[in-house]
Design a protein around this ligand. Sequence first.
Ligand code: PHE
Length: 341
Amino acid sequence: MKEIMQKLRDASLRAISESQDSENLESLRVRYLGKKGELTQILRQMGKLSPEERPKMGQMANQLREEIEKAVEQRRAELMDAMMDLKLQQETVDVTLPGKPAVAGHKHPMYNVLDQIKEIFVGMGFEIVDGPEVELADYNFTKLNIDEGHPSREWTDTFYFTEDSSILLRTQTSPMQIHAMETRPLPIRMIAPGRVYRKDEVDATHSPMFHQIEGMVIDKGVTMSDLKATLNLVVEKIYGKGTVTRFRPHHFPFTEPSCEMDIQCHKCGGKGCPTCKGEGWIEVLGAGMVHPKVLAGCGIDPDVYSGWAFGMGLERLAMGEYKITDLRLIFENDIRFLEQF
Ligand code: PHE
């Protein structure tokens, strides 16, 4: 029995010291010291020994158990150290390598223009309001005096969600006029920037999604001259003092009278050039006095209150300001384009 234990001692200690990972080490521990382990098997045979030999062998077996346990612990510690060394080695940082600069992004050029416009209007006491892009036809059309059958309600121009044409992607920010009048106390001074959608093919000047800024004032005694004065001021802030504007008669169902505002081409001074397509003028926005029917429909007495509203395209404004010639550049998110601003 002594020899068997001697053999077990040699074999186990060698195997433990040669073990290369903690999983293998654990299986060795089980193999030698576990309930069904080799040492336990030996102890089971103790009964066959003489009474004198038994305590001696018992002591030896205990010593062997302790020795193997120690060897396992020691090897475990060695393996842990080796693993730590390896990890440290693999994860060393070479502080002499050149750093990777953290590139800070910046605002999209179109949103710079929007911020500028917001600042101008906030400075004049306007509130900035936000509203739904998925809109009821009632708000996008009917309450704006655009009746059933009007060409702008056609399925060919508008993205509808329902067969009955009652829910759609707003085609203009003008429904924000209605939302504001229905929910806000008078007087109202607000602008409402946001996305609008129309079934247009993508080209250098069209996109099925673009941005508008709606603006509206409702108060007692508001006239067309307030509209002109305010918009002239805004244009001067954006395009510089002395920028010439003109207000052309136009038609919108929800304003009366209605107009479009042009600015004199800043490139050619009105003579006509490629920027203004030979016109000398560049169209900037649509506007007018809020139609009495629209006011009344929102519960505002048109005999007491009046107001003006405008709607302008944000992309076109940004294109003018930054001399961008193709609308697609604004949406493509090409870093090479965006980095220029
Ligand atoms: N909503 C109009 C458009 O999209 C613009 C507009 C807004 C006109 C407000 C008058 C008043 O063309």
